[in-house]
Structures are given as C-alpha cells and as structure tokens.
Design a protein around this ligand. Sequence first.
Ligand SMILES: Cc1cc2nc3c(=O)[nH]c(=O)nc-3n(C[C@H](O)[C@H](O)[C@H](O)COP(=O)(O)O)c2cc1C
Length: 313
Amino acid sequence: MVFDNRVTEMLGVDIPIVQAPMGYIARSQLASSVSNAGALGIIETSSGRLEEVRDEIAKMRELTDKPFGVNIAQAFVRDPGIVDFVIEQGVRFVTTSAGNPQQYTKVLKDAGLTVFHVVPTLRAALKAVDAGVDGLVVEGSEGGGFKNHQDVSTMVLLPLIRSRTEVPIIAAGGICDGSTMAAAFALGAEGVQMGTRMVSALESPVHENWKNAIVESAETGTVLLKPEGQPALRALRTDRTTRLEKGEGNPMQELGAGVRDLYFGGDLEAGVALTGQVAGRIDAVKPVAQIIEETVEQFRQTVSCLAASSGAG
Ligand SMILES: Cc1cc2nc3c(=O)[nH]c(=O)nc-3n(C[C@H](O)[C@H](O)[C@H](O)COP(=O)(O)O)c2cc1C
C-alpha cells in the first residue's frame, strides 16, 4: 500500500501515522521504532526537561535516519527559549499544542520548519489557520491526555473542521487501527495520530501494569476530569481518579507527582494515567512495527471493502 498525500509529503514519511507526543513517554525508544517503521515518531517537551529532551533527540539520530518531529506543548513549556532549542535540533516537523498558535508559528516557519497545531474546536482551527500553520492535528475528546473543557468527539469535529478549512489534517482521538484510520480519512484526514495505542506498545517505556490496564480496560474505563482553572484531562479510571472526579484533590499536581511511581513503577494509584477511551478496543501489547503493519493492511482492506460494497470499486 503506497500512501501519497499532503501529510506524507510534508512529514517526509511513507505511512501517514504519527505517534502522539506524550510527556516522559514520547522519547527515543518509542519514537525511533515508529520512524523506523516508516511512520513518524515525535519527541515530547511537555515534561519540561529540556536537557533530557536534548539527549533524547541526540539518541534519535543514533537510532534512526528517518524523519521525526518534536511537539511544543506551550502550556507546559513556559521557557521561550524552547523555539530556538527546537530549531537548533535540526528537526523539520513540529506540532504545537495547548496554547495560542500566534505565539510560535511564524518564527518556526521562518526557520523552515513545517508546523501543525493541535486543535480541539472549530474556533481554535480557524485561529490556527489565521496564524499561518501548514496543517492541523484535529483532536477529539475521546482521546487520552489534556483536553478542552468543551469536549467534542472526533466524529463531529473532523468533518466540521474539514468543511471550513483547506490545510491538511491529522486526526487524533480514538484511533488505534486500520478501520478507524479509514474512517478518519473518509472524514477528511490525510494522516492519523495515535496516543493510547502507543502507550501500550512494546517499545513504550511505561511500566507493563499500565499497558496491561489499557488492554484490560473497557471503553467505559476512563474519566474526563474538568478541574476549574486547569486543562481538562482524560485518564484511566482508578480509585484516585474517581476521587479526583468528585473534586477531591488537584489533578495536575497529582499527575506530576505520580510520574515516577506510576509511569515507571507500575503503581496505578500513585498518580494519573492519561489514557483514551480507545483502550476499550486495544486487546494486546504489540511491537510498534506490528501495529503499523496491521493498521496499513486493515486500512487497505477497509477501503477496498467500502469501494466494493458501494459499487465504487
Ligand atoms: C499519556 C498521554 C500523554 C499526552 N501528552 C501530550 C502532550 O504532552 N502534548 C500533546 O500535544 N498531546 C498529548 N497527549 C494527547 C495525544 O497527543 C493524542 O492526541 C491523544 O492521545 C489521541 O487520542 P488517543 O489516546 O485516543 O489515541 C497525551 C496523550 C496521552 C495518552
């Protein structure tokens, strides 16, 4: 299966699948396996640990000669030096998220980078296009991680933004295989981004307890926390996140506090495990290369079935 569209062209990849930026997780071990499989690995900055991120980018160059990207999660990386830092790294593709697209788009593009901005609403999409982005990552609220308080699903958001903008779209939120990728393409996307599927990949650095919790989770197994004055976030339902849902405690603080013991120690009650509803469709921990290969094959089959059943084939 050969993909040839604006996303493969702009990202310089064979397969328009992007591994989501995820604090502490989207690092060289995972991202290099995605890029080496012909898709696009992304290195995170939301951990705010720029020295570690610099090392991870150096490691990427040892682990792959394929393209990869970097994400600037604006609300989490307040150091304005982040732009020079990213430009210095020589990466060609960057996504910006959790902030105003006017802030960094022009300076990044003037430096020759391709910029996609992550948007959770139509209003944000129109603002990003006005700021001059090359493309959009359209992220529905069923996805894991930081969300907009006004939650809109991918099925609604994607065709709405497609109908009102021209730039290429990478769809995110609820995508884990070829049938959901085909659905996203039918709604106007030219690429997809996977978060929860990649958290539970073999090369993901998190503890297997989290990966297994994703595999065992039902589609109803997440909570959408909407703390006042903080970004909303979707996470695995645990005793701790159920308490947070009732307003007991501070989600962002507990997220940060739990990184070591939860992400890498495997204690699911030690913090907040950002996870999407698509966990309910993930039934095994798999190597990245297998995830990508199966997704492409299932995409091909889904598209040809659709064509055949509609007489378009
Ligand atoms: C553990 C985790 C951490 C995340 N951290 C970030 C981040 O730092 N920056 C960002 O733009 N998105 C972040 N996200 C959102 C993802 O980029 C992605 O859009 C989302 O996971 C897609 O939905 P899915 O989980 O259904 O695949 C995170 C998601 C998860 C699951």
